[in-house]
Design a protein around this ligand. Structure first.
Ligand SMILES: Nc1nc2c(ncn2[C@@H]2O[C@H](COP(=O)(O)OP(=O)(O)O)[C@@H](O)[C@H]2O)c(=O)[nH]1
Ligand SMILES: [Mg+2]
Length: 289
């Protein structure tokens, strides 16, 4: 862990522009607050990756949010390359600002070096590979810079380090930790899938009810009514409703143990893997307001 951080801080000495990749579905939770400290005054571009999986309206709200803070922010789909040319344009804009400062100081001819940072699974490697594919040959090892580092030429004056900086996610609070778990950004062993699937289902039912109904061909309103009727004293609560929705999904999908009991592990794993694979459609789990 320490090594990664120290290596990043060392590498950053070579770097003029930082690209921080976050997940468009939860930009704040997937951002590492230490980047600010590492990057000092270096210009930064926030890339909202996996925008194909995120709710378009909420992604637009995030872009507005970053623009009010004067942080360049671009939505991207690294797998298809959508949005990459905008990132390149933004790098060029920042490069112009940097190079005019160099010129003022009488230093010219310096190339700008760019580095990608982000927590696991946000798409750093996919992003770099997509850029490398569309952009020109790799520049070999450069004399005078860290041994073994390869640079991808983006244009005459701009080069991208081919290995991203891997940062550990910051769990912060329960909401952030849950968001990271839904997105599979913290290790499998670190979370209780049944609990995380329950929390995710609760969130989906609240904000994306139709998406859940459509995915599993269930009628949530009638499940809610049934729970109400079966709890004659009217002491049913959200917990019962969500578990009943989960069990209905299990019955629909055959996640049943011999003897007819619900296979809670199986249905929980399925809800999580469906979400991670984008099977519910476009969903954002974090809003800027
Ligand atoms: N749907 C979608 N999946 C993506 C996108 N970018 C990356 N992925 C997927 O996210 C997973 C993690 O990507 P990877 O580049 O290995 O992330 P890294 O850990 O940050 O390097 C892989 O399965 C990628 O195919 C994207 O824009 N859209
Ligand atoms: Mg990677």
């Amino acid at each position: 862990m320490k090594k990664t951080k120290e290596q990043i801080i060392k590498d950053l000495k070579l770097i003029d522009i930082i690209i921080e990749i976050v997940d468009a579905r939860a930009p704040k939770s997937t951002q590492n607050p230490d980047v600010q400290e590492y990057s000092k005054n270096k210009p930064k571009i926030v890339v909202l990756n996996k925008s194909d999986l995120a709710d378009e309206n909420i992604t637009s709200a995030w872009i507005k949010y970053y623009s009010t803070q004067s942080i360049p922010c671009i939505k991207v789909e690294a797998t298809t390359g959508k949005g990459l040319s905008e990132v390149i344009n933004q790098i060029k804009i920042l490069y112009k600002e940097i190079s005019s400062k160099y010129i003022e100081k009488g230093r010219t001819g310096r190339t700008a070096k760019v580095m990608v940072l982000g927590i696991p699974n946000v798409g750093k490697s996919t992003f770099i590979n997509s850029l490398a594919k569309r952009n020109i040959a790799k520049v070999g090892n450069m004399p005078g810079v860290t041994k073994g580092k390869q640079w991808i030429k983006i244009d005459d004056n701009i080069e991208l380090m081919d290995t991203p900086g891997m940062l550990w996610p910051k769990l912060g609070n329960t909401v952030v930790a849950n968001n990271l778990a839904y997105l599979n950004s913290i290790g499998q062993n670190a979370v209780d899938n049944e609990e995380i699937a329950y929390e995710l289902l609760k969130l989906l039912v609240k904000n994306y009810k139709e998406h859940v109904e459509k995915r599993y061909n269930i009628d949530i309103s009638s499940i809610e009514k049934n729970v109400e009727i079966n709890n004659k004293e009217n002491d049913y609560n959200e917990y019962d409703v969500i578990l009943e929705i989960r069990d209905e999904i299990a019955r629909k999908k055959g996640a049943i143990l011999s003897g007819g009991r619900i296979n809670e592990q199986k249905v929980s794993d399925m809800i999580l893997s469906d979400f991670r694979a984008g099977k519910f459609g476009r969903i954002s789990i974090e809003r800027p307001y």
